[in-house]
Design a protein around this ligand. Structure first.
Ligand SMILES: *[C@@H]1O[C@H](CO)[C@@H](O)[C@H](O)[C@H]1NC(C)=O
Ligand SMILES: *[C@@H]1O[C@H](CO)[C@@H](O)[C@H](O)[C@H]1NC(C)=O
Length: 769
């Protein structure tokens, strides 16, 4: 089973991180009220989970075991053995199990069995001695009674000086029985319920499969290569460990489901991200240092509010040299931003939009950062690297965080926030206001909706059209206690064509079959749109409104995806026929993305301050929504162009399914997904011609960087609605975005790094939602 493999790899990574340890950038755990770093201990019992000490009578030992006592052990006791074949057995009821113990030079290897099946061999060797470490974990067991058995193999690594294994504690994720699967709600086009399902062929089946766990909670998600996705989280007690502390970012292997922890130094809580024109990924903004007032522990993280975290291109499947780079002295934003949107624009650089200057919840005039800035920094109308004021972000208070933004085919940028929208010319710093979104619907945090730029096509000269779906009509001037988790979400989708005539005609409104706040809209290579995730009531965030579920500000999870066909006439665009229903609520901090394979990766949900196992708990399980085309005979691309220049004609060798008639090439940006914002998500149809023997498909690269901002993209050949596997290409010349050295130097000279870091005696932001 793949899960065994996953766990196995996880533990290898765990072992590696233990071995390579060195305390490097890690500045350690600080006790509340103190500034002196101490060793961080990952042992943690989230709300809704249960800890069992090594001395618990429910834990059964066989062979020779010895007790050790110390205040630094869980429950002040630890049980260890050097005896080969000595074992420990523990039976529990739940969905997950964690084993905590010590690691050091004297530790050897243990075999771990779950329900009689060997699932892993773990090595407790570490050059650095650490206590209360998570030695093994598995979080996706079926709900029920399970037994973990750990046997000392008597084997050790070469460097190890002993063959010790020890037990400090177990933590059981109690979970609950899966929600009874009900037949998916069947909806006719337009949304009315159907009494009977239309008979369905097997080949037209949508399949939802749960496989893999993310190790760090999936707050932010982006596909970085044909084999990997990056997952970014906030600073919290994730099970995946690095250098003896929880990891807050990871690389997820799409093929093996293994995860590799990343070194993230600063708090990436509610950051945004984008690829640049040269393929480098940046992750921007975040939260201040997590303190005891805002989390269950101090983790020794660095202030993330001005961070620009860099992941250089990482295309090899081994990901050996892939990690996050941070250096706030040289690489940072001019101003602090929490909940900013990051967008790649027509010259391949990043536009960083809005956010608040400190964490909190709904934005207000005190916390607002109504500006844009760029990475690399630009000189716009004399800004010389510093932020450029945007009146739109003042006028759209309060519910205007994580603005919706898309680069348009004329080089300008569409922005929506709260109930408003505009087109922004970043070169001249001018705003063209658009009609207000109808019926009082708000679409940005915490009244979160989702949005897409509909596919662009040469057939209508890349006429742009925006789709907004979901959100809330809750009044954003209300106090938190006047808002309820039961306030209904909006079912409204609104579309506007961004031509003079389209703007004149205004927003066209239609209704989703089910209302959603926090939905994710995912474009498929066929041009179809899948809307997943979200809640039927409440709003984003946690710990604010009345009637919270756990800490969630939202309730009534929407469990079935719905399909949207933007080419159909209004009233016939939605369909949920045959869509499988999940039993995993995906509320605040959920994500979904198209993968290179063509299926949809769905992950996340964590409306909590820290990891929690109380509903709605922290969700690590991944689901894969597989469109029917995954089982069809698919086109195959057998050449790899590497680079796609603007306007360049390129030949692809293809094998098409027999008698293919309608053949298209979709150039896609899979986006950077967080908080229902799918920044950069894009589908551009390319002009194509097929050779007579149907083996050579010639396509023309997009005309310019306005139509497709230079940077990474994915080519899918779509034959009669069935896409190939996506092929990664670099669109444009692959050169970096322009660097204005004067603007960069001025930014560094005129602004401080980590301005709000309390450790520097400055005013602290202490946001937590
Ligand atoms: C603005 O938001 C911050 C952060 O949530 C909060 O601390 C502050 O009280 C708010 N100010 C006003 C005037 O509501
Ligand atoms: C891409 O450009 C950025 C910004 O100038 C730079 O930091 C990064 O190192 C570049 N990446 C590559 C691969 O050259």
């Amino acid at each position: 089973m793949a899960r065994i493999w996953t766990v196995y790899l996880l533990c290898i990574f765990l072992a590696i991180s233990c071995t390579l340890a060195g305390e490097s950038a890690w500045n350690g755990h600080t006790i509340p009220g103190s500034r002196t770093p101490a060793a961080f201990t990952p042992y943690f019992v989230p709300a809704g989970a249960k800890g069992y000490d090594s001395a618990s009578p429910l834990v059964h030992y066989s062979g020779k075991w010895t007790d050790s006592y110390s205040a630094s052990f869980v429950g002040k006791t630890l049980r260890w053995t050097s005896a080969t074949k000595a074992s420990v057995t523990f039976t529990f009821t739940g969905t997950g199990i964690e084993w905590f113990g010590s690691v050091d030079k004297r530790h050897g290897m243990a075999d771990v069995y779950l329900d009689g099946r060997l699932v892993d061999r773990v090595d407790g060797y570490s050059s650095v001695a650490r206590k209360q470490q998570r030695i093994f974990w598995d979080f996706d067991l079926d709900y029920g009674k399970h037994t973990i058995k750990i046997i000392n193999t008597g084997k050790k690594s070469k460097q190890a000086t002993g063959k010790i294994i020890d037990i400090d504690a177990f933590v059981v994720t109690q979970g609950s029985a899966a929600v009874q699967q009900t037949a998916p709600q069947l909806l006719a086009p337009g949304g009315q319920n159907l009494v009977e399902a239309a008979p369905m062929q097997n080949s037209a089946q949508w399949i939802l499969k749960q496989q893999g766990t993310t190790g760090v909670h999936a707050m932010q998600l982006a596909i970085i290569s044909s084999s990997h996705a990056i997952i970014m989280d906030k600073v919290e007690h994730n099970p995946l460990t690095i250098d003896g502390h929880p990891a807050w970012g990871a690389l997820y292997n799409l093929n093996t489901h293994a995860v590799k922890p990343l070194h993230v130094q600063s708090n990436s809580f509610c950051a945004g991200g984008t690829f640049l024109g040269n393929g480098t990924l940046i992750n921007v903004g975040g939260n201040p240092v997590v303190e005891d007032t805002t989390a269950a522990a101090d983790f020794g993280d660095v202030d993330g509010l001005q961070s620009v975290r860099i992941l250089e291109p990482c295309d090899s499947e081994d990901t050996d040299n892939c990690d996050i780079y941070e250096n706030h002295a040289r690489v940072r934003m001019a101003s602090p931003r929490w909940y900013n949107t990051v967008l790649r624009i027509s010259d391949g650089s990043a536009m960083i939009i809005g956010g608040s200057t400190k964490g909190g919840w709904i934005n207000n005039a005190t916390t607002n950062n109504p500006t844009v800035e760029y990475f690399p920094p630009k000189n716009i109308q004399g800004s010389n690297g510093l932020p450029v004021h945007l009146a739109f972000l003042v006028d759209t208070l309060n519910s205007n965080l994580f603005p919706i933004a898309f680069s348009l085919p004329d080089g300008r940028v569409f922005v929506a926030a709260n109930r408003d929208a505009m087109i922004y010319d970043w070169q001249t710093n001018t705003e063209q206001r658009l009609p207000q979104i109808p019926n009082g619907v708000r679409v940005t945090y915490p009244m979160t909706g989702t949005a897409l730029l509909l596919p662009l096509s040469p057939d209508n000269n890349y006429l742009p059209e925006i789709l907004l779906c979901g959100g809330s009509v809750v009044d954003d001037t209300k106090a938190s206690w006047e808002i309820s988790s039961q306030d209904p979400a909006s079912s409204q989708c609104s579309r506007i064509v961004l031509s003079d005539a389209g703007i004149q005609a205004g927003w066209q409104v239609e209704q989703m079959p089910e209302a959603r706040t926090m939905p994710d809209a995912v474009l498929l290579p066929t041009g179809a749109i899948v809307i997943v995730n979200g809640a039927g009531s409440g709003i984003s965030g946690y710990g604010n409104v009345k009637g919270q579920v756990g800490a969630s500000n939202a309730d009534n999870p929407v469990l079935a995806p719905v399909l949207y066909d933007h080419l159909q006439p209004s009233g016939q665009r939605f369909s949920a026929v045959g869509m499988p229903k999940s039993d995993i609520p995906r509320l605040y901090h959920s994500v979904a993305t198209l993968t290179p394979n063509g299926d949809v990766m769905i992950a996340g949900s964590n409306p909590n301050l820290d990891r929690s196992e109380v509903a709605y708990g922290t969700e690590y399980r991944v689901e894969w929504l597989k469109p029917p085309y995954m089982d069809a005979q698919r086109p195959v691309i057998s050449t790899s162009p590497g680079k796609v220049g603007f306007g360049q004609n390129i030949e692809l060798k293809v094998t098409l399914p027999p008698s293919s008639s309608d053949v298209k090439v979709s150039l896609m940006d899979l986006g950077y997904v967080t908080h229902a914002v799918h920044a950069n998500t894009r589908l551009v149809y390319l002009t194509t011609s097929l050779s007579d023997d149907k083996q050579t498909l010639t396509f023309t690269g997009p005309p310019n960087g306005n139509v497709y901002p230079p940077g990474p993209g994915w080519l899918y050949v779509v034959a009669d609605g069935v896409p190939s596997v996506g092929l990664k290409v670099m669109v444009g010349d692959g050169q970096g975005p322009p660097v204005d050295v004067g603007a960069l130097e001025n930014l560094l000279k005129s602004t401080d790094p980590d301005q709000y870091d309390e450790a520097k005696g400055k005013k602290a932001g202490d946001g937590s939602e």
